[in-house]
Write a protein that binds this ligand. Structure first.
Ligand SMILES: Nc1ncnc2c1ncn2[C@@H]1O[C@H](COP(=O)(O)OP(=O)(O)OP(=O)(O)O)[C@@H](O)[C@H]1O
Ligand SMILES: [Mg+2]
Length: 265
């Protein structure tokens, strides 16, 4: 693939499942042979490294270091492919043929505080997104975001080829999603999908999907079930690699199919 495609995973409210969905989608794309890098732009409350069992104390550089001009953006990337393969051990799956990398944000209190106090140059983040695609020869750049609307989410949505907007079946999420959708439409994101997460198994998933489409006029890539596997994992692993036949994993496959449709566009 010649060009990198950028996908932002966003939600208006917190805790919808963005980071878990991002990590599982990244693993799934790599299983389909792609070179993928995730950037944790949740600088205020980073977390996605946990899904790949990355110990923050072992990190040489983080996104913060890049934003402060201490290193090149590609120096912040950690190869987590081995961690993905470890997750699949025991499920009988072969090793993945692609690559998963992660640009983590700092978990040091002082560094988080500095970003909150001083802010950072959003243009540098924009340059970083662009430069890392070429430097690491990526097929996909996945951007895990902080909930709500702030400068980095606006930037990431604006530069994305595809946006996954995650919401729970919850009226508070519904209203916030309308705001996020309006923004994405104004920013003219080429591919836009809703992902409903944490749906109770007693719900009729296709009815939920139809209702979302009717309300938001946006396609639903998948309705993902509230999953005991994910609750038990507690963000310390990849449910789709451990249990590839579960309802959650089947939903992740549907998201991957929709994402890959965009490659032809
Ligand atoms: N389908 C699911 N079933 C059960 N639990 C889930 C599911 N998806 C996510 N979770 C759980 O919900 C919690 C929040 O998930 P996650 O951190 O991925 O959300 P987030 O949107 O990234 O949160 P934040 O807004 O804080 O960044 C985690 O404990 C995770 O294990
Ligand atoms: Mg998150």
């Amino acid at each position: 693939m010649a060009e990198t495609r950028t996908i932002s995973i966003h939600s208006y409210r917190g805790g919808t499942g963005k980071s878990n969905i991002t990590a599982n989608v990244a693993a799934g794309l790599a299983r389909r042979g792609k070179r993928v890098c995730i950037v944790d732009t949740d600088i205020q409350s980073p977390g996605i490294h946990a899904l790949f069992d990355v110990d923050p104390r072992t990190l040489r550089h983080t996104l913060n270091d890049y934003l402060w001009g201490r290193c090149r953006v590609e120096e912040t990337a950690v190869d987590v492919t081995a961690a993905v393969n470890e997750e699949a051990e025991g499920s009988g799956r072969p090793p993945i043929t692609g690559t998963v990398m992660l640009v983590p944000s700092s978990l040091r209190t002082g560094e988080i505080a500095r970003i909150l106090r001083e802010g950072y140059d959003v243009n540098a983040l924009n340059d970083g997104f662009r430069d890392i695609c070429g430097a690491l020869d990526l097929d996909y750049l996945l951007i895990d975001t902080h909930p709500g609307v702030n400068e980095e989410t606006l930037l990431s949505i604006a530069i994305s080829d595809c946006l996954l907007l995650v919401l729970r079946p919850d009226v508070q999420d519904y209203q916030g999603t309308a705001v996020a959708l309006e923004l994405a439409r104004r920013l003219e994101v080429p591919q836009l999908f809703l992902v409903v997460n944490k749906a109770m198994s007693s719900l009729d998933f296709s009815a939920v999907s139809d209702r979302m489409l009717a309300t938001y006029k946006s396609p639903v890539a998948a309705v993902l079930p509230l999953s005991e596997d994910l609750i038990l994992l507690g963000s310390n692993g990849l449910a789709s690699e451990r249990h590839p036949d579960s309802g959650f994993s089947q939903g992740i496959q549907k998201i991957l199919d929709r994402i890959e449709e965009g490659e032809e566009a």
